[in-house]
Unconditional design. Structure first.
Length: 225
């Protein structure tokens, strides 16, 4: 099994207020990112035999957001935005939501069939999500300022990274830790097995599968051959 990390070029500029819920917003952002990669790498053409390259069999995309009530915290725009977010999350419980998607050729006939035009082969899209409640301690201003200087908040949903220095800010969580990191491994594995029509009893996870589950983080897509 060959695995390749392929960053999506989708701009992540969807309007959160146009969605029924933060969950739908996260799922749609993940879908847009993964479909962009699948199209760019020629997955749709693979099933028609038109591709001269070696397109992937599966593209996996994910997007994580942090919410307090109906307010959504994505990646900070700049250091001031990160500082403001950390102040607002300080001492409060919040929810980490990860939407994730598996995109396969249309011939697989799993999930939702995505056909953009009559002359373009379809893709299959499977969407799912997970939520985790995070309880963050009170953060003194000097702690926030010191954390900002590390550069860690940038590029992170909610302006913190639970697997790095910000682990010291978290008092407890209710749910999947890896969902806060960027991909809910348990739910992802179950969805992957279901999509591939494999039995939990008969499957024997190889090192290749373990590697797959460990390398997928926030805002990436994975190319499988």
């Amino acid at each position: 099994m060959n695995i390749e990390v392929v960053p999506s070029t989708f701009k992540e500029d969807l309007d959160p207020t146009s969605f029924a819920s933060p969950i739908e917003y996260a799922k749609e952002t993940a879908r847009r990112k993964a479909v962009e990669v699948a199209r760019r790498l020629g997955m749709a053409e693979k099933q028609s035999g038109d591709s001269v390259n070696s397109p992937p069999d599966i593209v996996i995309g994910a997007d994580t957001i942090i919410t307090v009530g109906d307010k959504i915290y994505g990646k900070p725009k700049d250091e001031e935005d990160a500082k403001r977010t950390l102040k607002e999350l300080s001492g409060k419980p919040h929810i980490a939501i990860t939407g994730f998607v598996l995109v396969t050729p249309g011939t697989w006939k799993v999930g939702h069939l995505l056909k953009e035009s009559e002359d373009k082969p379809a893709l299959c899209v499977v969407l799912a999500y997970e939520t985790t409640e995070v309880f963050m301690c009170e953060l003194a201003p000097e702690i926030i300022n010191a954390y900002l200087k590390t550069g860690e908040p940038m590029g992170r949903a909610g302006s913190y990274s639970i697997q790095d220095l910000a682990a010291t800010f978290v008092e407890s969580i209710n749910g999947d830790y890896y969902n806060v990191v960027g991909l809910p491994l348990h739910k992802f594995c179950r969805q992957m097995l279901q999509t591939l029509s494999l039995s939990l009893i008969s499957i024997s996870l190889s090192l290749s599968y373990l590697s797959l589950f460990l390398i997928i983080y926030l805002s990436i897509s994975v190319k499988l051959f």
